[in-house]
Design a protein around this ligand. Structure first.
Ligand SMILES: C[S@@+](CC[C@H](N)C(=O)[O-])C[C@H]1O[C@@H](n2cnc3c(N)ncnc32)[C@H](O)[C@@H]1O
Length: 251
């Protein structure tokens, strides 16, 4: 398949963000956030061990390391070479045996099958989410699950009501000491790229639930209300109208 025409731009954007994201996940490793995610993932995986898990868009490898430390066999993929380098460093730092592959989610093909395909804060950035969800369906064992953590991060770019809510939340968050973790020019570049991506224009997780059902997934569940504990005061205000959700669906 020919590469998407913006693929290099997408990769460059995440390459530039790799240091910042690495710092964020290393803070997560060192604080209660780790225990909170450990509890959330343990619960969603019914405390099972030794599952074959694919972490898509692993970034610096937070989920990959956490899941490997929980006793699972983890493969982690990401299209950004700089993110892959950070994920490899973190796997080594935390002494985890993780298969880490540099590849685009849409292009990734394997003979392997998985019990779980998981992602955090990745699907909003998919340029072809339908192809990705179909691909994941094909890679799952029967009874396997897809687990998608995400939020309507960019709905404010396409929806004027959301834009107004987000503008006010951002102003209030900055008043309360919130500091954006990427520079303004990178935030603007991210917004421009988000405008090229289909999930900026739909309300989720409703869209995903319908699409997953259409593809053939069953037992689709949506979980919300678990993210407040991760955020600083400023982030809580900033993300007031963009709560995180988890979608779990079975093959
Ligand atoms: C916001 S970061 C999240 C990283 C990680 N999942 C976490 O929660 O810490 C999004 C990641 O998705 C990756 N990504 C975006 N689109 C991708 C694609 N089409 N194929 C593979 N990785 C992709 C980016 O390179 C980046 O590392």
């Amino acid at each position: 398949m020919a590469e998407h025409k913006l693929a290099q731009q997408y990769r460059d954007y995440w390459d530039k963000g790799a240091d910042v994201y690495d710092e964020i996940v290393n803070t997560e490793f060192a604080t209660d956030t780790y225990d909170q995610w450990n509890a959330i993932l343990g619960h969603l995986l019914s405390e099972k061990r030794n599952l074959k898990i694919l972490d898509v868009g692993t970034g610096p490898g937070f989920f990959a390391v956490l899941l490997s430390r929980m006793g699972h066999q983890v493969t982690a993929i990401d299209s950004s070479p700089e993110m892959v380098a950070r994920a490899k460093q973190n796997a080594q730092k935390y002494n985890c045996n993780i298969k880490i592959i540099e590849t685009d989610i849409i292009e990734y093909k394997t003979e392997e099958t998985f019990d779980i395909v998981i992602s955090r804060n990745v699907t909003w950035f998919l340029y072809n989410p339908v192809a990705a969800y179909q691909n994941w369906y094909g890679m799952l064992n029967d009874g396997g699950q897809v687990i998608i953590f995400d939020a309507n991060w960019n709905l404010f770019l396409s929806n004027p009501q959301e834009a107004e809510l987000f503008r006010k939340a951002k102003e209030e968050a900055i008043d309360q000491g919130y500091l954006p973790y990427r520079e303004e020019k990178d935030i603007e570049e991210g917004d421009q790229l988000a405008l090229t991506l289909p999930l900026t224009y739909v309300r989720r997780p409703g869209w995903d639930s319908e699409m997953l059902k259409f593809i053939g997934f069953t037992k689709i569940q949506v979980h919300e209300g678990f993210d407040a504990g991760f955020y600083s005061t400023g982030e809580k205000i900033l993300n007031r109208h963009r709560p995180m959700f988890a979608i779990v669906a079975e093959k």
